[in-house]
Design a protein around this ligand. Structure first.
Ligand code: HEM
Length: 525
């Protein structure tokens, strides 16, 4: 029979069957057994009960029942694409990393953009930070730059991350999703944690409602190290600068877009790449040494601070092009696992207490999310250079060691073996300290850079920031929390604080929050 443009065979009770022929392959079970009928369960008589022996039915339903894996605990909603990174300016004097050494060298890349707070099914144009996670498949292993579209972060120490995320996500009793609207818990946490103030300025700015993933900057946020052949370290901050420029929507547009098309950002990326309009970013670096770090007004280990580009200009050294959409969303975008500890020889960590905590957290959470220790065997996570080790077994092991030896040293002449020449070495930083939970003294000024950011904005952008504070805080129902936020804003900009207080109809202007360190005034505007 023909229905429209489709041809079917009709079954005995009127069910229609599309059957294999010519180019169309035969449907099989996971065991490869050909399937004769995918429309009807095997039963005891046409109107009888289903039979347990119907292995095709049981396998199909069983597999469906197990389709979901835990969503990421943060950054659950994201969208990825393939591309390449090409070096245009060599950093060979600063690092042994081959990916940063040879001009013209290209390596494959996979990028996942994401929102942070919303669940997997939330909408794209939420007011939120955007994840900007890049995996470069280099010849010395995978290098992940797991960044955001803002150069600073809410907190200074990873131990506060669970509290911060709990406060921003749904409340434990009501279970309301908080993808878009900030609420009492978030503002409560933020107002009690002055270190969030700089990031609050960014998150209330237009940067938090980008027009598209293609029009966002990316930042590695932390200070990392580049290490050269002599073992000399240079500090580095990484930046992605969009060739497309920076664009945001205004809040009214965001609200309408989210209602009309919750997939606005992912659709934009999919369509632009598939129409041959490949988005491109330049990789930029800010390089500096201990002398600069010692003279800088803030601690370079503090992720709530940036290094002003007026002080250290961004040097463009490469380009990232996204030119291929995924074949399968789940296999690639859902299963990709980025981790800050994935670095290659020539790139090293600093003691940033946020970075140090992240280095533990990602591998830990991915072992749960992706069902065990073998998620690097999934093609999207596997290195594209040769790799050999003696790790074995566990769920879904695809690359167990071959042959007799699964340990080293061994007498059987069987590799792999360590390589003192090419192997990864930590930067030989001298350490001498007492164990303590104290923070560095220079972590204490939470307002100067917030002010610097605010005053760098155009009057229109400043109005957007004020309006965003008023709008978001108007949904915070506890007057004391609203007043606390305004108390912090008084240390950032008096006009802003007054505008927010007025917008919220605060009865009494609070006193400025005590500043732990006298705010600096001599920063470049
Ligand atoms: C996921 C960035 C801080 C824990 C992500 C992702 C990005 C990101 C981009 C999404 C990765 C993807 O697309 O798969 C950042 C940045 C941070 C930061 C830029 C601060 C500078 C932290 C901290 C922790 C943390 C302090 C914990 C101590 C996680 C976890 C995930 C995640 C558990 C989910 C990973 C997964 O399931 O694959 N982060 N993050 N992040 N982040 Fe962070």
């Amino acid at each position: 029979v023909t229905i429209g443009d489709q041809t079917f065979e009709r079954g005995p009770q009127g069910a229609t069957h599309q059957v294999a022929s010519g180019e169309t392959p035969t449907l099989t079970t996971q065991q490869g057994v050909p399937v004769s009928d995918d429309q009807n369960t095997e039963k005891a008589g046409a109107r009888g009960p289903a039979l347990l022996e119907d292995f095709h039915f049981r396998e199909k339903i069983f597999h469906f029942d197990h389709e979901r894996i835990p969503e990421r605990v943060v950054h659950a909603r994201g969208y990825g694409a393939h591309g390449f990174f090409e070096l245009t300016d060599s950093l060979a004097d600063y690092t042994t990393a081959s990916v940063l050494g040879k001009i013209g060298k290209r390596v494959p890349a996979f990028v996942r953009f994401s929102t942070v707070a919303g669940g997997r099914g939330s909408f794209d144009v939420a007011r939120d930070v955007r994840g900007f996670a890049v995996k470069l498949y280099t010849e010395e292993g995978n290098w992940d730059l797991v960044g955001n579209n803002m150069p600073v972060f809410f907190i200074q120490d990873a131990i506060k991350f669970p509290d911060m995320v709990h406060a921003v996500k749904e409340e434990p009793d009501s279970g309301f999703p908080q993808a878009q609207s900030a609420h009492d818990n978030f503002w409560d946490f933020a107002s009690l944690s002055p270190e969030t103030v700089h990031m609050l300025m960014w998150i209330m700015s237009d940067r938090a409602i980008p027009r598209s993933f293609r029009f966002m900057e990316g930042f590695g946020v932390h200070t990392f190290r580049l290490v050269n052949a002599e073992g000399k370290s240079t500090y580095v901050k990484f930046h992605w600068k969009p060739k497309q420029g920076l664009q945001s929507v205004v809040w009214n547009e965001a609200v309408k877009i989210n209602g009309a098309d919750p997939d606005f950002h992912r659709r934009d990326l999919w369509e632009s790449i598939n129409s041959g309009d490949f988005p491109e970013w330049e990789l930029g670096v800010q390089l500096f040494d201990d002398d600069f770090a010692d003279k800088f007004d803030f601690d370079i280990l503090d992720a709530t601070k940036l290094i002003p580009e007026e002080l250290i200009p961004v040097r463009r050294i490469g380009r990232l092009v996204l030119n291929r959409t995924v074949d399968n969303f789940f296999a690639e975008t859902e299963q990709v696992a980025f981790c800050t500890q994935n670095v290659v020889p020539g790139i090293a960590f600093t003691n940033d207490p946020l970075l140090q905590g992240r280095n533990f957290s990602y591998l830990d959470t991915q072992t749960k999310r992706l069902g065990g220790p073998n998620f690097t065997h999934i093609p999207i996570n596997a290195p594209k250079c040769p790799f050999h080790n003696f790790q074995q077994d566990g769920h879904m092991a695809m690359h167990n060691p071959k042959g007799r030896a699964n340990y080293e040293p061994n007498s059987w002449g069987m590799g792999p073996r360590e390589n003192p020449q090419t192997g990864y070495k930590p930067y030989a930083e001298e350490l001498n300290g007492r164990k303590t939970r104290e923070r560095g003294e220079l972590f204490a000024d939470h307002y100067s850079q917030a002010r610097q950011f605010y005053t760098s904005q155009t009057p229109t952008e400043q109005t957007h920031i004020k309006n965003a504070f008023v709008f978001e805080l108007s949904k915070c129902l506890t007057p004391a929390i609203r007043a606390r936020v305004v108390a912090h804003l008084l240390n950032v900009d008096e006009k802003l604080a007054k505008g927010v207080a007025e917008g919220l109809r605060l009865e009494k202007m609070p006193a400025p929050a005590p500043a732990a360190r006298t705010p600096l005034t001599d920063l470049p505007a």
